[in-house]
Design a protein around this ligand. Structure first.
Ligand code: H2U
Ligand code: ZN
Length: 350
C-alpha cells in the first residue's frame, strides 16, 4: 500500500527545532462537521476602574499609569528577571548546574482601550505597537549584557493571561534560551550549506505550493507550518532575510501591523470568540556576534481545537514523547483560508 500523507499516520519534523510531530489524519478525515459553539458577545467597558493597565489607574504595587494615548510600557512590577549583576561563581559540578540570570521584564499596553484586542485595533494603532516593539528592542539591545530579547503576547484566560486589557510582554536577558539556541544552530547549519536562510527556502517552496498560506502582503507571509503542533498554529515569516525587528523599514512595519491585524481577525472569526493564543517573535540573539542564517519569524500558538471552549491538551503521550495532532496542518490552513477578513463583531453590527 502506498503511503498517503492526507490519511495515514506519520511523523513530521519541525525544521527549526528538529522536533518530531505525530500526525494522525485518519482520526479526523472529514474537513469539518462538528458544531461551532458561538460565544455570547463579551462586553467590556472602554475604561475599567479596577484594571491595573488602564490609563490613570493605580497598579498593584502603587505606581500610577499615565493618561497614555497610544501604547504604554512599564517595567513589570513582578518581573521574573531582575537587573542585578550577580557574580558568576565558578561551578565545576556536573550534576547540579546553575548560572545567574540577569534581565529586564516589561509590560506593553497595546492600547488605552480596555475593550480592544489586536484583532479589533486599526492598522494605524497596530503600527504604533510595532514601533514600540522596535524602540524597546533598540534600547534594550544597547545594553551589552543583554543577549536575547523575547517579545510576546499571552492572550486569554485559557493561556493564563491575568487581565483582558490588550497587552504583551518583553523579557530581555543575559542568557540565550534553549529554544533560540536550537533554532539558531539549525538555521546556521542550513545557511552554511545552502547560502540562503532556511526560512527563505521554505517560504519560496510554500509560496509555490500555496497549500498552507493564509495571508500574504508585500513584506510578510502568514502560513500554517508543515510541522505545526497546535491545531491552528501559524507563523509569520518576513519575505526579506532580516534577523531582527531593527531591520524593518517603515513599510515593513506597516505590513507587519496589517498582517497581524488580519491574522488575529481570522482567528477571532474561526469560532466567533476572542481567540486565545501565545504569540511571539523569534529574533536573532543580540550582542552575541554573527548570527548567520537567522531569519525573523513570529509563532502563534493557539490552544483551541474545536470550538470557543474545547481546547487541545498537550498531555500524556505529548508530555512524555512527541506532540500529536489529528486535524492535519493542511485542513487547518484550509479552514483559516476560508474565513472573512471582517471581524465577526463588526459584521454583527452592520
Ligand atoms: P499576563 O500577560 O500574563 O497577564 O501578565 C501581565 C503582567 O502584568 C504580569 O507579568 C504584571 C504581572 O506581573 N503586573 C504588573 O506589572 N503590575 C501590576 O500592577 C499587575 C500585573
Ligand atoms: Zn484596562
Amino acid at each position: 500500500m502506498n503511503f498517503d500523507i492526507t490519511t495515514d499516520p506519520h511523523t513530521r519534523i519541525d525544521i527549526l527545532t528538529g522536533e518530531r510531530i505525530l500526525v494522525s489524519p485518519h482520526r479526523s478525515k472529514r474537513p469539518w462537521q462538528g458544531q461551532v459553539e458561538k460565544n455570547v458577545a463579551d462586553s467590556r467597558p472602554a475604561y475599567e476602574p479596577s484594571c491595573y493597565l488602564c490609563p490613570g489607574n493605580r497598579r498593584a504595587e502603587g505606581d500610577h499609569n499615565p493618561q497614555y494615548k497610544d501604547s504604554f510600557v512599564f517595567v513589570n512590577d513582578y518581573a521574573a528577571l531582575l537587573d542585578a549583576d550577580h557574580k558568576l561563581v565558578p561551578n565545576n559540578d556536573d550534576l547540579f548546574l546553575a548560572t545567574p540570570e540577569r534581565g529586564i521584564c516589561k509590560v506593553v499596553c497595546f492600547s488605552p482601550r480596555h475593550d480592544l484586542t489586536l484583532a479589533e485595533m486599526d492598522v494605524a494603532a497596530l503600527t504604533e505597537v510595532v514601533n514600540v516593539w522596535q524602540d524597546e528592542f533598540r534600547e534594550l539591545s544597547k545594553k551589552e549584557w543583554i543577549k536575547y530579547i523575547q517579545i510576546f503576547e499571552n492572550k486569554g484566560a485559557m493561556m493564563g493571561c491575568s487581565n483582558p486589557h490588550p497587552h504583551g510582554q518583553i523579557w530581555a536577558q543575559s542568557g540565550i534560551p534553549s529554544n533560540i539556541l536550537t533554532e539558531g544552530q539549525r538555521q546556521q547549519d542550513y545557511y552554511q550549506q545552502h547560502k540562503q536562510t532556511m526560512l527563505n527556502a521554505y517560504l519560496v517552496a510554500e509560496c509555490a505550493k500555496k497549500e498552507r498560506i493564509i495571508l500574504e502582503n508585500t513584506s510578510f507571509v502568514a502560513l500554517v507550518p508543515f510541522w505545526a503542533k497546535w491545531p491552528f498554529e501559524t507563523m509569520l515569516i518576513s519575505k526579506r532575510e532580516v534577523q531582527t525587528i531593527l531591520d524593518f523599514t517603515k513599510e515593513e512595519k506597516q505590513d507587519l501591523a496589517a498582517i497581524i491585524g488580519k491574522l488575529t481577525v481570522r482567528y477571532d472569526n474561526l469560532f466567533e470568540t476572542s481567540f486565545p493564543y501565545s504569540a511571539g517573535m523569534h529574533q536573532a540573539p543580540v550582542n552575541s556576534g554573527n548570527q548567520e542564517g537567522w531569519h525573523w519569524h513570529m509563532h502563534f500558538y493557539p490552544p483551541l481545537l474545536r470550538s470557543a471552549t474545547v481546547k487541545k491538551f498537550m498531555v500524556g503521550y505529548e508530555m512524555l514523547a512527541d506532540a500529536q495532532r489529528d486535524i492535519t496542518p493542511e485542513v487547518a490552513a484550509e479552514r483559516l483560508q476560508q474565513l472573512s477578513d471582517v471581524h465577526y463583531k463588526q459584521k454583527r453590527n452592520e
